[in-house]
Design a protein around this ligand. Structure first.
Ligand code: CDP
Ligand code: CDP
Length: 216
């Protein structure tokens, strides 16, 4: 079956940093489900598909190859790891990921990737929809100000200009869309453990999760 760890939470809560570090320590496979939605969104932008045209979106997704290897994400065999973090993708991804038919296909792909593996997957609906029977469900959170501060620093560290107020506003909008969509909204699974990461280091959070795993 494999051991499944689901990590959900809003943007900038620390999901991917924590998941990556945890996966390295435990020798588990790490899958960033958000990167999959982002890669598909990038393709829709590039192909200039009308997001209202649901059938066109489904057709594109059915003929798209998204793969993850060594922390890089490939869209039809092209490395798009950096490109999927662009602001136009940030803006469109919650709209595309609110479409139930698109989610259904993505969830199937995610379940298939995870089959028989020890896996850590992060996203918005991992504990609620993708792995409802996960061995451990974690919900990471932090204040919106802290999350926007982290994202601003992350972008500036890459040498790119970033405005805190713009990031804060974009993040609020995306959180709101992700939390209020009718299908698979961002919500805390009943059996998830909530960790507020506001004043915690990545290492502290990783150790806390390993402790929660017990002897797995
Ligand atoms: O890294 P960040 O938290 O900014 O976002 P992400 O995990 O890369 O996810 C980008 C977007 O994809 C989210 O804002 C959601 O709209 C969507 N998403 C989703 O709907 N379901 C998931 N399991 C993961 C991401
Ligand atoms: O995946 P998600 O959007 O939830 O967040 P992330 O991309 O893992 O984290 C956003 C930024 O916050 C990264 O630059 C992390 O290094 C940083 N971070 C932090 O400073 N302290 C933490 N406890 C967790 C993450």
């Amino acid at each position: 079956m494999g051991y499944k760890i689901a990590i959900d939470g809003p943007a900038g809560a620390g999901k991917s940093t924590v998941a990556k570090s945890l996966a390295e320590k435990l020798k588990f496979v790490y899958i960033d489900s958000g990167a999959m939605y982002r890669a598909f969104t990038l393709k829709i932008i590039k192909k200039k598909i009308n997001v209202e045209d649901k059938n066109a979106l489904i057709n594109v997704l059915m003929t798209t190859n998204i793969s993850i290897a060594d922390d890089r994400i490939y869209l039809d065999n092209v490395d798009v790891t950096d490109e999927i973090r662009a602001r136009d993708v940030d803006k469109l991804v919650p709209i595309i990921s609110s479409i139930p038919e698109i989610r259904e296909i993505m969830v199937n792909i995610q379940k298939n990737i995870a089959k028989h593996k020890d896996i850590i997957m992060d996203g918005r609906d991992i504990g609620t929809v993708v792995f409802p029977d996960a061995n451990l469900k974690i919900f990471l959170t932090a204040s919106i100000e802290e999350r926007a501060k982290r994202r601003t620093k992350e972008i500036r560290d890459k040498g790119v200009c970033a405005n805190y107020e713009d990031i804060l506003l974009d993040m609020k909008k995306r959180d709101e869309m992700d939390s209020n969509r009718p299908v698979s909204p961002l919500q805390i699974a009943n059996d998830a453990i909530v960790i507020d990461t506001t004043n915690k280091t990545v290492e502290e959070i990783v150790n806390e999760i390993i402790y929660l795993m017990g002897d797995h």
